[in-house]
Design a protein around this ligand. Structure first.
Ligand code: C2G
Length: 135
């Protein structure tokens, strides 16, 4: 049986106002394999989920993620419920998410390894937004 020498990692995010927390999550995620696929949540998914459209439009967020070293492929995440389909479509061996999602994807452990990583402290998109608005 031919040894599968690619280990595919998948992660998901909005990555709005791209910041150091996003960079460190992607870097640590890539360390779980040798190919990193990133699902970037669409503007409409965010409108449905967070009742607000991201500051940076999806086409720019996709382009930014595509240019991050260590990211091998990006795609538009259309729904939170499609993760099993995306994991199968991209042949992911590991799903990596920040620990603000702790336990939320344990039901996917029959499809792939599921890893929650500690978030980077004291930085977030909402914090940046508040800072900019109240500056
Ligand atoms: N993150 C982090 N440290 C921060 C901020 C974010 O490690 N200070 C991580 C999050 O935990 C997440 C990723 O960076 O794993 C992207 O974060 P967001 O853009 O906030 O994405 P989110 O709204 O959590 O994901 O299917 C999930 C959706 O795509 C939305």
């Amino acid at each position: 049986m031919e040894e599968k020498n690619t280990k595919i990692v998948i992660t998901f995010g909005t990555f709005d106002l791209f910041h150091i927390g996003h960079v460190r999550l992607l870097k640590r995620a890539k360390a779980y394999g040798n190919r990193l696929v990133v699902g970037v949540s669409s503007d409409s998914l965010n409108m449905n989920k967070k009742k607000k459209i991201p500051i940076i439009p999806q086409c720019h967020r996709l382009e930014i993620l595509k240019e991050i070293s260590g990211v091998d492929e990006v795609f538009l995440e259309e729904s939170l419920d499609l993760k099993p389909d995306y994991i199968k479509k991209y042949g992911a061996d590991v799903l990596v998410m920040g620990d603000d999602w702790e336990g939320k994807f344990d039901d996917l452990k029959d499809l792939c390894q599921v890893v929650y990583l500690k978030r980077t402290q004291n930085i977030s998109t909402s914090y940046l937004l508040d800072y900019i608005v109240n500056r």
